[in-house]
Design a protein around this ligand. Structure first.
Ligand code: SF4
Ligand code: SF4
Length: 113
């Protein structure tokens, strides 16, 4: 009896809470140590370029002469290597969920002191 089976399944589901969340209206707090978007505390940066050289995705660009630090978040693979190697501890990961994007933007504007 497929209809009886289906009706029973539908009735069971109707009595349950939804299995999904209505993001972005309901945002679950990030798990502890969740990896997210790279952020920089630019006044601390000395533009040494270690993060750029160690980034496996070539997402970071620095220029010590012009005091420029940029990141292309679309290239970043969230490995956290740049955060771990930065000698000034000015990089961190923001674990907030970001709204989805449908367009590819260029790298963020240069951050200068
Ligand atoms: S490793 Fe740290 S201090 Fe050096 S350029 Fe990168 S963010 Fe700046
Ligand atoms: S988290 Fe990894 S991929 Fe992303 S910018 Fe840092 S080193 Fe590059």
């Amino acid at each position: 009896m497929p209809i009886a089976k289906m009706t029973s399944s539908v009735l069971k589901i109707l009595g349950k809470k939804p299995s999904t969340r209505a993001y972005p209206f309901y945002k679950r707090p990030a798990f502890k140590d969740a990896r997210g978007k790279i952020v920089i505390d630019i006044p601390l940066c000395i533009y040494c370029g270690i993060c750029m050289r160690r980034c496996p995705a070539n997402a970071i660009f620095t220029n010590i002469k012009e005091k420029v630090w940029t990141i292309d978040h679309f290239r970043c693979v969230n490995c956290k290597l740049c955060v771990d190697v930065c000698p000034k501890k000015c990089l961190s990961m923001e674990s907030d969920q970001a709204l989805p994007s449908t367009t590819r933007l260029g790298p963020e504007p240069s951050l200068k002191k």
